[in-house]
Design a protein around this ligand. Sequence first.
Ligand SMILES: [Zn+2]
Length: 420
Amino acid sequence: MRPGNGPSRWVALECLRCGRESPPDTLGRCGNCQGILSARYSMKGYRWGTMGTRSLWEFQEVLPPVPDAFRTSLGEGSTPYVPLAHLGREVGLPHLLAKLEGTNPTGSFKDRAAALGVSLARTRGARGVFTASSGNAASAIAAYCARAGLPCVVMAREDITASKRMQIGMYGARIVPVRHLFDTEDTLTQALRAAGRAAPDFANLFVWAPWNPLLVDAMKTIAYEMALQGPLPDAVLVPVAGGDLLYGIHKGFSELREAGLIPATPRMIAVQGEGASPLVTSFLAGHEEVLRGTRADTVAGALRVTFGGEHALQALRESAGTAIAVPDAAILAAQRRIAAREGIFCEVSSATTVAALESLRTSGQLGPGDTVAVILTGLGFKDHPADMVGSAPEASREISEIDAGLFHGTHGEPRSRPAP
Ligand SMILES: [Zn+2]
């Protein structure tokens, strides 16, 4: 048995607010105080994995127990953690890195949650799976259901784009458009409860800790990988919708510190679009809860939320972090910039983190000595606005017209030193 590959170190599912234990298969919040639940593991003597299996299950000791026979994997996780030397120099952060979650099997970080969620559904004897999503989570869950041989029903917003419908449908999932699905937390709750009543033998895999508290533990493996891959960041920028990813990464680093494997946890920095920033607004105003917004208007499609989870607020405070909202124009410019400078085409929502760097540097919240990591959650193909166009191709030429003139003055200055 390799280090990090022993049985689960599971202790209990506990409330983040009052500490009360709930049964391990609880769906929803604490019955005592309505706080968000989170699993606790015994970290004493933990020695992390080797990233030898190239899947989430490398970290099985710090995941909920799942018998081998019910594990579902497509090789999720083990994503690259790469320096951004050119971009880092430009924004005055020479120690800038990115975690490339777009290299997961369906193109986003949600594969980690889907692998764990579908495996847990099988462990509990579910006959199928349903979820509510119009994007990354739906594609991920549909793919892992196909892998596991389970039927999958995806409730989607009415205006789901053709490209998303294509990817979800390709995996054989049934897509059911639902009016007002994501309008508010209440409409979403109504839809998920109705689906649960209609199909009691199907597992509800809505990926959000207030509904499914265990799936955060799949997200936290991102922190384990970053600590293993190095360097350990001083600050981590995370695009935030419901808050699971930010909370999960903080939870992972906190466990590693508890195990004595890292000296300190990085500052967590939440990034949202200006028109949909309930977490940022609530954090900056010092609230204990995430206030519900009235509109969700941002070009970052995966972050179009009017509500959020207080577990992310807790992670920001515990890590002495901060939160920032960025405008649409900056997000789109950042998406092009990291693609052109670093060869990384990330989805619009991921680019929010890149868009926030200069403001944070200018305000002094990030300094040139800091090691800074951005979490790029998905591939650029996944989610883009309809009006986004590439640069137009030049007019066609004859083969005889291909000459040296083609190669001058159109490709920018060559870089002074080779990329790392
Ligand atoms: Zn409680």
